[in-house]
Design a binder for this molecule. Structure first.
Ligand code: PFF
Ligand code: NA
Length: 454
């Protein structure tokens, strides 16, 4: 078995890898985005397609990313190159890593803005600003925040600094240490909140909305959104998981580890949906309200429930932690690459890259105020960044990674890395990665395009 050393370090154990990758996966995508896009795309029908995408496309691609990372033992750009060369193919495959790193920056720039809203809400909840507030008033609080570039800038800046601070510490003293503190805290908070919402919510209608399958609610666009979201939520298609995989111990099994991560991510998304929709219906709010769903409906509910101030505060702390661990993983591929390429220390690299994403974030946050006039393909900057990353960059990145792992990387390498004890499982993975995942992505792309043109 071949094992290179990673200059950045490696996780202390398989469990640290699971926690770190789960930290990457579980984020705003689960708690903020999943409920609102499920709401906009018809609920149950969308959720079913999303689950199928996770299993048939997401899981095999996540395994591919981890195996390529662990084989290459470098940043995604350099691991792709290294593994391509080992398989006697062109080093140009590094381009996929480049596109991924770019996607990471684009995602970060709007992710940090939303994380900034979350931080603002942590403060607002602590101050009791939503006590006894109605939905109209809560909507006004949210819209006032969006209209205030200065407030947005402050919170966005705080978030960028928090993320860069952890990245600066490196794999062991930064990422690993943060993971070991934040992930247990995140799960304790989640359980606490679940118990709270079960004891005080009208579950039925919310559950029905999430799980009632109505095929007429489906469109090719909704299927594309479900596919894109399955990549976004699992942090796939851009190299985050590949980077984390490059720090994974050699003796850990990839298949079981990846299934655990995907399952945890899915559970968190469904729990978030089950917490939000009952409240939406109980207050006759609109499930298709969009990005404001979490920021308007939940504060109203918390404002009227016993203990709501405390639990509302804890809820937004939970979301902030989730966003933090994900944002760290968005930047790790770029940071690792610059350290390798320029031979710099993490400090200067984090300061430079932090400055770049900070500037990009300003463009994103201007969408709601001084830059609201800017329109790209009919979208503001924020929506455009969200749309092209989730629906184009990530699925395409995932498609290329699947083709790479399935057709370029030799079976000798993939068998060695996956080390499946049950032979059937390797065959199943290979069929998924060679045929099912690429064909599914291609078909969804093509039909969506036809649908748009027709
Ligand atoms: N998976 C994260 C979420 O669901 O919020 C977002 C994300 C992180 C996407 C890292 C992509 C990524 F590389
Ligand atoms: Na996620």
């Amino acid at each position: 078995m071949k094992d290179r050393q990673n200059i950045h370090g490696s996780w202390a154990s398989r469990w640290v890898f699971i926690m770190a990758a789960t930290g990457s996966a579980v984020g705003l995508g689960n708690i903020w985005k999943f409920p609102y896009i499920a709401g906009q795309n018809g609920g149950g029908a969308f959720v079913l397609v999303y689950l199928v995408c996770i299993l048939a496309v997401g899981v095999p691609i996540m395994m591919a990313e981890v195996l390529v990372g662990r084989r290459g033992r470098q940043s995604p750009i350099n691991s792709m190159r290294e593994v391509a060369i080992e398989a006697d193919h062109s080093p140009k495959w590094a381009l996929v890593g480049w596109i991924g790193a770019l996607a990471g920056f684009l995602i970060f720039s709007f992710y940090s803005v939303v994380a900034g809203w979350v931080l603002a809400y942590v403060a607002a909840m602590a101050n009791g600003e939503f006590l006894e507030v109605g939905s109209e008033q809560a909507g006004k609080v949210f819209n006032d925040l969006l209209a205030d570039p200065q407030a947005l800038l402050i919170w966005h800046t705080v978030f960028v600094v928090l993320v860069m601070w952890i990245l600066l510490g490196g794999v062991n003293k930064g990422l690993e240490r943060a993971t070991k503190i934040m992930m247990p805290a995140l799960f304790v908070l989640l359980l606490l909140l679940l118990g709270y919402s079960m004891s005080s919510g009208a579950f039925g209608q919310g559950l029905d909305f999430l799980f009632h399958f109505d095929p007429s609610a489906l469109s090719w666009h909704a299927v594309l959104v479900a596919l894109g979201h399955s990549f976004f939520t699992l942090s796939l298609g851009m190299g985050s998981i590949m980077a984390y995989g490059s720090y994974m111990p050699k003796n850990a099994s990839i298949g079981g580890t990846v299934l655990t991560i995907a399952a945890l991510d899915t559970v968190v998304a469904l729990v978030a949906g089950m917490a939000i929709f009952p409240i939406v219906f109980a207050n006759s709010l609109d499930p298709g309200a969009g990005p404001g769903l979490m920021f308007i409906t939940l504060p109203v509910a918390f404002g009227h429930m016993p203990g709501g101030q405390v639990f509302g505060f804890l809820f937004f702390v939970l979301v902030a932690l989730a966003a933090w661990t994900s944002a760290i993983s968005l930047m790790e591929p770029g940071v690792a690459w610059m350290v390798e390429r320029l031979g710099l220390k993490r400090g200067p690299v984090c300061i430079m890259l932090g400055f770049v994403v900070w500037l990009m974030g300003i463009a994103a946050l201007s969408s709601f105020n001084f830059g609201s006039g800017v329109s790209i393909f009919g979208m503001n900057i924020f929506d455009f960044l969200d749309f092209i990353t989730a629906n184009i960059f990530l699925p395409l990145g995932g498609l290329f990674i699947a083709l790479f792992a399935g057709w370029v990387v030799t079976q000798r390498i993939t068998r060695d890395e996956l080390a499946m004890t049950t032979p059937g499982v390797y065959v199943a993975w290979s069929v998924m990665i060679r045929y099912i995942a690429p064909i599914a992505v291609a078909v969804i792309f093509i039909f969506n395009l036809i649908d748009k043109l027709g």
